[in-house]
Design a protein around this ligand. Structure first.
Ligand SMILES: [Zn+2]
Length: 355
């Protein structure tokens, strides 16, 4: 394997705000796109265009802001993702399977891949170029369900900073959620069906509650247990086996279901037909959800699925990076960000790697 010392990295989209992810990695004549994010608000433009002549696209996970841009891909390119993610991508594409962790060579570039602790089959990507180029995709160190594999060292790190410098632990949200669940009204939790849905259900089960039901579109305990070995944390397997494996119960006191934005799926039906349910959003708030929360018609409690300030710091220390570009959040106060990231903080989106 040749020792690759020169490359170019261009963040086409994803820097400076919560925006679709698209990062171009160029080595010699090879062009590899990391993620192909679509708009977070349905109907909005994705805000970037596919570069010509791509040799491969690697998708970190299936969330719209990382994968929905594939719907607009208008020439044939091999698309690589892990098996659980491929199953959720448009099947007219030329799809190729990545392992959930380990080493793989694509277009002559050696990559290491590992679980990102964020979603079903979601990965981080490390290219063995120069001192290492690391792209986190979306990651979390707090998931009780999805495994996180520590990545190898990298000189350049492009990391998920979707929560900015927010530093509240998930435990605080769990406490607040338990208080809301004390109320007599039935509850609706709109969630990404393959993301935190099962994690929340499993946590409720571990709290001794069995008055919940997972929506018809959600990853079930059986489906989770059938995933490739290593996708889930070993500690959660026994609890998943013990959970009730019943089908969707539309009359359950607590319903955990998609869509997370409240616009589609079983959630849209329940919002319309059962307006008395207490609605608790736990993730990113698109327009409708934001309006409902500010009008007092819904609650918002952040169930962490992205890194907190201390997790950003952990990642920078762990990678020993000399350049770190935080993604997916405005970088307004450089001093504040530098106090977290340290001297490796950069704000350039087009970088030349010369080891
Ligand atoms: Zn995500």
């Amino acid at each position: 394997m040749p020792n690759i010392t020169h490359a170019k990295v261009s963040v086409l989209s994803g820097y400076g705000k919560k925006a679709p992810a698209a990062i171009l990695l160029e080595y010699g004549s090879k062009r590899i796109l990391l993620d192909a994010g679509g708009s977070l608000q349905s109907g909005d433009a994705m805000g970037w265009t596919f570069p010509p002549g791509l040799d491969a696209i690697i998708i970190s996970h299936d969330h719209v802001d990382h994968a929905r841009g594939l719907e607009q891909l208008d020439y044939p390119v091999p698309v690589y993702a892990t098996a659980p993610v491929l199953a959720l991508l448009p099947n007219h594409l030329s799809l190729h399977t990545l392992p959930i962790k380990g080493d793989v060579t694509l277009e002559g570039i050696p990559f290491t891949i590992g679980q990102a602790g964020h979603s079903l089959g979601g990965i981080w990507i490390h290219a063995d170029i120069g001192g290492g180029i690391f792209y986190s995709g979306d990651y979390s160190l707090e998931s009780s369900l999805f495994a996180f594999d520590p990545p190898p060292p990298a000189a350049l790190a492009l990391i998920d900073a979707s929560y900015g410098l927010y530093d509240e632990p998930l435990a605080h949200t769990k406490d607040a959620l338990l208080s809301l669940l004390e109320r007599p009204e039935p509850v609706l939790l709109p969630v990404p069906p393959t993301g935190r849905a099962l994690e929340i259900a499993n946590w409720l089960w571990e709290q001794g509650r069995d008055d919940w039901s997972l929506g018809p579109d959600c990853l079930t305990p059986e489906q989770a247990l059938a995933l490739p070995h290593g996708c889930l944390k070993a500690e959660v397997l026994a609890s998943l086996q013990a959970m009730p494996h019943s089908s969707y119960q539309p009359n359950a006191h607590i319903i955990i279901s998609g869509d997370p934005d409240g616009l589609g799926g079983e959630v849209a039906r329940l919002l319309k037909e059962e307006p008395d349910r207490t609605v608790i959003y736990t993730g990113y708030l698109p327009r409708k959800a934001k309006l409902d929360v500010s009008a007092g018609k819904a609650h918002s409690l952040r169930w962490n699925v992205h890194p907190r300030k201390q997790d950003l710091k952990w990642m920078v220390d762990h990678l020993q990076c000399t350049q770190c570009l935080p993604l997916f959040h405005p970088i307004n106060n450089i001093q504040e960000w530098a106090s977290c990231i340290g001297p490796s903080l950069i704000t350039q989106t087009h970088l030349r790697i010369c080891a």
